[in-house]
Design a protein around this ligand. Structure first.
Ligand code: AGP
Length: 644
């Protein structure tokens, strides 16, 4: 995810902003930039790659200024280039913005602005905001440019929970920069964490938030603004978190918060007692838990702007294949590794059920060496969080060599697989720091489901079915939250299983991949041996392993395979196995075969992996924590396997 830092006060802004960017490095980025406002002039410096590259560019000149904004970019739209790096500027460099989020309707806004003569220099969605604000700024009444105000205001009202308003409330009406931001954001669909500055307003930063966090640090005669508290902890622990729909007018001694209609909002400040390390994990003990908890939010990012509720289908950009070619497909192959492979297995069920196209899922490391039968009537999906997995890169090249259409389902924008497939969908899971993949898995499944729906609607799926599918998809974030609220209960259950040396994970149908993924989560972070198995397969051999020392975790949600799965669980229990059951909420019958039970909300069968995997992620996480494992950096493993 992008990182935002802003400062306005009486100190030199540059060192504060650079350190702030370094404090946000953990969020992941591929370029960075800074703007400083001094004597009614804005200086901008940007660089691709690490922050040291940016610092290298800065060191030759002294950039004075006690007001500035800065940004680390995690590319979502547009490649990794200096032109795409933030801040973006408008009005001949007099107005600058930094943005975190996704502007869904940027194309239509950009078209209108280009028609008005605005010149774009990047291919990002964010740059639209700079010109849109400039457009409104140019048309709103112009007050006299305000002079820098350094005198302390009459008293401060910041202590405790009183409103942080200080000095007189200038009111948004006179202030065109704030109003221009409000008017521009009223045209926007999507998400933003935004900072805007203007050379004619050397005493204020405008901040706005919808969907991407922003927090304001309050100190004497100065304010710090950032995507999270990490960059401000060295200076202040008194903060105000902006909420969705809020706009903050931030000067050295005044913090005025309102909504897009310029209705004043009174907010207090709060005391942060985190240290820096804890702040980077959002207050969670590990990145893995933070990322598990982020799933409802990043799932919304994955589907945002891609659902066509009217036609009951999905709109997926990055097409390199016509609709007729899609209809003529004879086969789909999914190539991936590890968790991405298990997401791919869910995709298999979706493509075959919705699009009725044969779908094979391969470990990338096997695909290349098995003489795969692929040709121009084959569509190959390369699924990869990092986009750098060597096995998958080589498999992509093999598929292309044989003439297949290749699409990526990727998290990291501009990664090798994204570039080599040239087409596909980004999953918008944001940076995934923990080696054990969780939120990326969920978003990979989401994108595979959308691809399957899109193809299905070109063939046999009718609009009513498509609409029902999308309506169920929209309910997923709320249902995920219902499961995440059970974390403490799952932690208690996990404690009872942490001493076992072996474990089975069983599932059937679309929950078979869920069992495999749950097993992988456990083994890779707790080091307990576990196996994921198709429930119906146990009697063909593995049942010999089952005993009271070999517990079984089974997914027994209400679907067409409920009775058969229940029998498989009873076979294991008859041989002494302790059973942890993932069941549909309020299912009393499931309790009959459970020593421990976790209930999940009901949903359409194809969507169950989006929910049923979450309790298994938490189960594995709490067992690993209980065993004192290095959860985010488990032994022997790397986040991205860039060797074959
Ligand atoms: C999953 O928790 C592991 N980190 C690993 O299996 C991972 O999914 C696999 O290496 C594939 O990585 P990719 O998605 O970046 O290609």
């Amino acid at each position: 995810m992008c990182g935002i830092v802003g400062y306005i006060g009486n100190k030199q802004a540059l060192p504060i902003l650079v350190q702030g960017l370094r404090d946000l490095e953990y969020r992941g980025y591929d370029s960075a930039g800074i703007c400083l406002l001094h004597e009614n002039k804005i200086e901008r410096v940007r660089a691709v790659g690490k922050i040291d590259n940016l610092v290298g560019k800065l060191k030759d000149s002294n950039y004075p200024g006690t007001l500035g904004i800065a940004h680390t970019r995690w590319a979502t739209h547009g490649g990794v280039t200096e032109e795409n790096a933030h801040p973006h500027v408008a009005m001949d460099g007099k107005l600058a913005i930094v943005h975190n989020g996704i502007i869904e309707n940027y194309r239509e806004l950009k078209k209108k602005l280009v028609k008005k003569g605005y010149k774009f220099t990047s291919d990002t969605d964010s740059e639209v905001l700079a010109h849109l604000i400039a457009d409104y700024y140019s048309t709103l009444p112009q007050p006299l440019p305000s002079q820098p105000s350094h005198e302390a205001s009459a008293g401060t009202a910041r202590e405790g929970n009183s409103s942080p308003l200080r000095g007189e409330d200038k009111g948004g009406g006179e202030n065109t920069l704030a109003n221009a931001v409000r008017r521009a954001l009223s045209d926007v669909r999507g998400t933003y964490g935004l900072l805007a500055v203007h050379a004619d307003h050397p005493d204020q930063i405008i901040a706005a938030r919808l969907g991407s966090p922003l927090v304001v640090g309050v100190a004497e005669g100065e304010h710090y603004i950032a995507s999270d508290v990490t960059p401000m902890l060295a200076y202040t622990k008194q903060v105000t978190f902006l909420d969705d729909g809020e706009v903050a007018e931030i000067s050295r001694d005044n913090l005025r918060i309102s909504n897009l209609k310029d209705e004043l909002i009174t907010k207090g400040t709060m005391q942060i007692d985190w240290d820096q390390a804890k702040a980077q994990k959002g207050g969670y003990e590990h990145f893995m838990l933070k990322e598990i908890m982020e799933q409802p939010t990043v799932f919304e990012d994955a589907i945002r702007g891609r659902l066509d509720m009217e036609e009951g289908t999905a709109h997926l950009g990055g097409l390199n294949i016509s609709e007729d070619q899609l209809r003529d497909l004879k086969r789909i192959n999914i190539i991936s590794g590890g968790t991405a492979y298990y997401a791919g297995l869910v995709g298999k069920y979706a493509f075959e059920r919705l699009a009725q196209v044969p779908c094979e899922v391969d470990f990338s490391s096997e695909f290349r060496y098995r003489d795969p039968i692929v040709d121009k009537k084959t569509l190959v999906y390369a699924v990869s969080q990092s986009g750098e997995t060597a096995d998958t890169i080589m498999a992509v090249r093999e598929a292309k060599r044989k003439g297949a259409h290749v699409r990526g389902i990727i998290n990291v924008v501009g990664s090798t697989i994204a570039r080599e497939t040239k087409a596909g969908s980004y999953i918008h899971a944001g940076l995934e720091m923990a080696v054990a993949s969780t939120k990326a898995y969920t978003n990979m499944v989401a994108l595979l489901l959308l691809n399957a729906l899109q193809l299905g609607r070109l063939k046999h799926v009718n609009v009513a079915t498509g609409k029902r599918f999308l309506e169920s998809l929209l309910e997923i974030p709320g249902k995920m939250n219902e499961i995440l609220k059970q974390a403490e209960n799952i932690k208690k259950i996990a404690k009872k299983y942490a001493h076992y040396k072996n474990m089975f994970f069983l599932g059937r149908g679309v929950n078979y991949p869920v069992a495999l993924e749950g097993s992988l989560k456990l083994k890779e972070i707790s080091y307990i041996h576990s196996e994921g198995y198709a429930g119906g397969e146990m009697k063909h051999g593995p049942l010999a392993l089952v005993s009271e020392d070999f517990p079984v975790v089974a997914i027994l949600t209400r679907n067409q395979l409920f009775e058969k799965m229940k029998s498989n669980i009873m076979e294991a229990r008859a041989r002494g196995a302790r059973t942890l059951i993932i069941a549909s909420e309020d299912d009393e019958e499931a309790k009959e075969v459970a020593d421990d039970i976790i209930f999940v909300p009901k949903t359409m069968e194809l969507l169950e992996p989006l929910l049923n995997t979450i309790p298994l992620q938490l189960f594995a996480y709490y067992i690993a924590v209980n065993l004192g494992r290095d959860v985010d950096r488990p032994r022997n493993l790397a986040k991205s396997v860039t060797v074959e």
